[in-house]
Design a protein around this ligand. Structure first.
Ligand code: TRP
Length: 322
């Protein structure tokens, strides 16, 4: 039986953080020997909201560099930059021709982001169709997605099924998988929201490249409560999050009872031992951006034949003269 093919996508709208490492990168690295994984940097998706060209380019390179530093092995897992493989945008258009305006505008993320005010890019509306193209291009079986991407994955399945029914069997219909990490890592300053690349001030986010003193300060300032009880409890989202982070980082539950101060020290140490090697490896790799760019070129070369074959089959099926 062929191995399962997985696609993990990262949108370079900010610096990769602890939530990305525990929720997506570590599972990707762990799955390298039993799946055929592709790691994609979705730079086109980072242009669906106001963006700065310099920063986008820098973040694309940084994201690739951090992936390598964290242990993604490019010999087993192609690391690709979405914009370097033109079939993504080509298939995007073909899929737009099987997508309804209504179903695109009903996407929760579109509704939320377009309600925020300011000009709305058309690409924000069609974002999930591009995501469907990313996935369907590579005959993907499994897509690890957080809750916020569930609806987009469902749309991908709908579009694949619809295209296959109308124009003949062309796409493999992918399944969503929950990342293996047990816990959702929440923001340390506001433990009711997920740690995110673009949360407002970033005061509660631990960047994978944050220096040790910043990590220590961010954990020290993490929101807790007045209960003074170290336990996982719905009324104590901040403390629960710290316990979860500790458990994810070390594979152990905290030995109780401990004070909040002791918990925070343990969390700081645990994060630090996870980040120190990544930081060091990143510093080496960052000296040689040409090497990282070559990894991206090799990744593109490795997967492009699959993308071209799928695109060609889709063009043929939908009625374009080949
Ligand atoms: N939309 C995803 C996010 O915001 C990123 C993404 C783009 C993606 N294309 C993908 C994820 C394909 C998985 C598969 O996180």
């Amino acid at each position: 039986m062929a191995t399962t093919r997985r696609l993990t996508g990262f949108k370079p709208t900010g610096h990769l953080h602890l939530g990305n490492l525990l929720g997506a990168l570590r599972p990707l690295i762990a799955a390298q020997d039993h799946t055929e994984s592709i790691a994609m940097i979705a730079d086109l998706h980072a242009m669906t909201m106001e963006h700065d060209p310099q920063r986008l380019r820098a973040l694309a390179l940084e994201t690739a560099t951090v992936m390598l530093a964290a242990g993604v092995d490019p010999a087993r897992t192609p690391i690709i930059l979405q914009s370097q493989i033109p079939e993504h945008t080509e298939l995007h258009y073909l899929l737009e021709c099987v997508t309804g305006f209504g179903e695109a505008s009903r996407m929760i993320q579109f509704k939320e982001k377009s309600a925020a005010g300011g000009p709305i890019r058309l690409s924000l509306l069609t974002y999930p169709v591009l995501m469907a193209a990313d996935i369907l291009l590579y005959d993907i079986d499994q897509v690890p997605v957080g809750e916020d991407q569930n609806q987009h994955l469902e749309l991908t399945r709908t579009l694949a099924t619809r295209f296959n029914a109308r124009y003949g069997d062309t796409f493999r219909v992918p399944a969503g998988v929950r990342p293996e990490a047990a816990a959702r890592i929440m923001d340390l300053a506001d433990p009711t929201v997920k740690m995110g690349k673009s949360n407002a001030a970033g005061a509660g986010r631990i960047g994978l490249l944050d220096p040790p003193e910043v990590v220590r300060r961010t954990v020290a300032r993490a929101v807790t409560d007045e209960f003074a009880q170290v336990r996982r409890h719905p009324d104590q989202p901040g403390v629960t999050n710290l316990i979860d982070i500790l458990a994810e980082c070390t594979g152990q539950q905290p030995s109780d009872p401990v004070s909040y101060g002791a918990l925070k020290r343990d969390v700081t140490d645990a994060i630090e031992s996870l980040l120190a090697p990544i930081r060091a490896r990143h510093a080496e790799l960052a000296e040689d951006p040409a090497y990282v760019r070559e990894i991206l070129a090799k990744g593109a070369a490795a997967v492009r034949p699959i993308a071209m074959a799928t695109c060609s089959a889709a063009r043929d099926a939908i009625g374009l003269l080949q």
